[in-house]
Design a protein around this ligand. Structure first.
Ligand code: FAD
Length: 416
């Protein structure tokens, strides 16, 4: 089967089979449970941002693109508290008690407090690979990721192609003459790295829509959600993809190793987090235990990707390339606001934010290569942490789905 992929992941010295075993038996069961927990299932995003690149004429009205809103009562109390605190602040701005920074920095004047905040924001923005999603924006709302699973929506050409095209052609160091997407000939390591990340993400999205496909009911039968092996084979079979399908699948394993390394690198930082949601004490404890477990596994398997091989050589050139890389990736996160299907936009945002957070961890220079924080303060916001785990959980799920498709192909052969 073309999806057997017995070789190694290029540049990583690691067999696909090894990753399959690690993921399917150790990581996937844990991370799949983790993202159902209160702390990780709710994310506050603004899905109503205006597309900055072209007039947003492509908002589709497909039924399966709709997002189910989150009721206030569904949210854990601690998140509701954040909202009501914010509302209070708006009403009585400047009130000492409702200003969370007031008691910490009471010795600072308003101006120095603002200057300090601006400096912190500037510093964070320098590290970030993503267009920041302003959680305090009035249009941002909590969304329940469990209630809105990533699956087939029917979002397709020409609108979906416009997005992919602009991602690859304008933002992936592309040679625009080529028929298939891919980095220019003889592209440097960093440019190939960039392309493989985006391609791996694309693979993951397309695996999910094939694995959770809508089978239309016939003769009055209801519609049913389930795997669609034909859809998967159509998208990745070498005969149908000019031989490229298996490489796209391998790019999924590549991005998986990159995010796994990022988790390992940030483990000392995340181990100090509480992951408090406050609805159920036992659940919060289980969440913390599951996170620590996953970080331990990630740490034991982290050496297959080494970020210090990138952005080396002439320091001026390397800095310039890194900035270009960061600008291009930020642009991709902005393009997510142009995705015309709300459900695809939601998951597109979560997954690009996860990848952007991984890049921040790997390349901000604030965690050393042996995973120790440097003297500069490294920070992740709640939304970055939630996206990081949910994005990685998507990649992990895609790897298990490839295994399921492999099995369905071999069963099919046996039955014949
Ligand atoms: P596309 O997937 O649109 O690909 C276009 C071209 O890119 C292909 O012809 C091929 O040449 C090339 N290509 C394909 N895969 C890769 C790869 N892995 N690496 C490199 N090149 C590749 N649809 C849903 O049903 N549910 C979703 O949740 C969903 N989320 C989306 C999120 C985003 C951000 C975007 C842009 C699209 C999303 N879509 C989703 C749409 C989906 O990805 C496809 O675009 C759509 O199904 C049409 O598929 P297609 O066969 O025309 O090829």
């Amino acid at each position: 089967c073309f999806c057997k992929l017995s070789e190694e992941v290029d540049d990583c010295g690691c067999k696909i089979e090894q990753i399959d075993r690690l993921n399917n038996y150790q990581i996937h069961p844990r991370i799949n449970g983790l993202v159902q927990k209160d702390y990780f299932r709710f994310i506050k995003l603004n899905l109503n941002k205006i597309c900055q690149f072209w007039s947003d004429d492509a908002r589709c009205s497909l039924k399966d693109c709709h997002i189910k809103a989150c009721n206030q009562e569904d949210l854990p109390a601690s998140f509701r508290k954040i909202i009501s605190l914010k509302e209070n602040q708006d009403q009585v701005s400047g009130c000492e008690q409702t200003n969370p920074l007031g008691h910490i920095n009471s010795s600072l004047s308003d101006e120095s407090l603002k200057a300090f905040e601006d400096m912190k924001k500037y510093d964070d923005a320098q590290d970030s690979f993503c267009e920041p999603d302003d959680e305090s924006n009035a249009q941002a709302e909590y969304l329940d990721l469990v209630l809105n699973p990533e699956r087939f929506t029917g979002y397709k050409a020409p609108h979906a192609h416009k997005i992919w095209n602009s991602i690859y052609r304008e933002n992936c160091f592309e040679n625009t003459d080529r028929v298939a997407y891919g980095p220019e000939k003889n592209a440097c390591l960093e440019k190939r790295f960039f392309y493989r990340l985006v391609s791996g993400l694309h693979t993951s999205i397309n695996i999910h829509l094939s694995a959770r496909f809508l089978h239309k009911g016939v003769l009055g039968q209801p519609d049913v959600w389930g795997p669609n092996p034909e859809e998967f084979f159509k998208r990745f079979d070498p005969e149908k993809t000019n031989g490229l399908g298996p490489q796209w699948l391998k790019n999924l394993y590549f991005i998986y190793l990159v995010e796994l390394r990022a988790l390992a690198k940030v483990a000392p930082y995340l181990e100090k987090e509480t992951f408090y949601a406050g609805r159920n004490q036992q659940e919060d404890e289980d969440t913390k235990t599951a996170v620590v477990d996953i970080l331990k596994i990630a740490t034991s398997f982290q050496h297959h990707f080494n970020e210090t091989n990138l952005f080396r050589g002439n320091p001026i050139e390397a800095k310039k390339l890194k900035e270009e890389f960061q600008t291009k990736f930020r642009n991709i996160t902005r393009i997510m606001d142009c995705v015309g299907c709300d459900k695809c936009r939601l998951w597109g945002k979560v997954q690009t934010l996860a990848l952007g957070t991984s890049l921040k961890i790997l390349f901000s220079g604030k965690i050393s290569s042996d995973n120790q924080p440097t003297k500069n303060l490294f920070q992740l916001s709640r939304i970055e942490i939630v996206a990081l785990f949910n994005g990685f959980a998507r990649l992990s799920n895609s790897i298990t789905e490839i295994e399921n498709f492999r099995e369905s192909l071999s069963n099919c052969k046996l039955n014949k």
